[in-house]
Design a protein around this ligand. Sequence first.
Ligand code: SF4
Length: 222
Amino acid sequence: MHYPVNEVFETIQGEGFFTGVPAIFIRLQGCPVGCAWCDTQHTWEKLPKNKVTQEQVIQVDGTVGRWCDMEPEALISQLQAKGFTAKHVVITGGEPCMYDLKQLTSELESAGYQCQIETSGTFEVNCSDRTWVTVSPKVNMRAGMEVRGDALQRADEIKHPVAIMRHVEELDALLENIDITNKVMCLQPISQKPRATELAMRTCIDRNWRLSIQTHKYLAID
Ligand code: SF4
């Protein structure tokens, strides 16, 4: 199976449960969700005119919507050829769960990597059983897509972006029939504005959840 890869780079995971862990990010092209604050809008469209070579994609440059088709085997070879040392792989987007990720995650695991998927929860999650699934529910976005109950059920971690109290209430409505006992629950301020951070902190303390800060934004790294 081929996957449309936008970029591959090694950095530190900046948010959520694995904050601070060295990680290889595999960013897939394509997302129909339409979040207003999206900072990877260049991944939304998979335009034929932006198709490039594998070598171009493996260089860090997330500013355009370029992408290439890659098979897992070729992708893993590229990770090794680049000399990446991280063993944690974050498959992100775009919306990676537009694609069946079973083959990609299984082959990465066979090669010694631990996989994490970051998804909006608007598609069915297809991946290996060992993959860590982080659902960051995107509610009432432009495309009007529903956050799926089966994606929330599969999640190991639910990391919800918040700016105002309505966002917390929307999460509560989503979780009405979801057992969160064994899930890592995180609230993440949408912006670096004090109001969003204070709301997230206060709610995390009240509920004994985790605060997720986008540390990469404070560090000014990818
Ligand atoms: Fe952007 Fe992610 Fe929202 Fe898609 S789901 S629009 S990639 S923030």
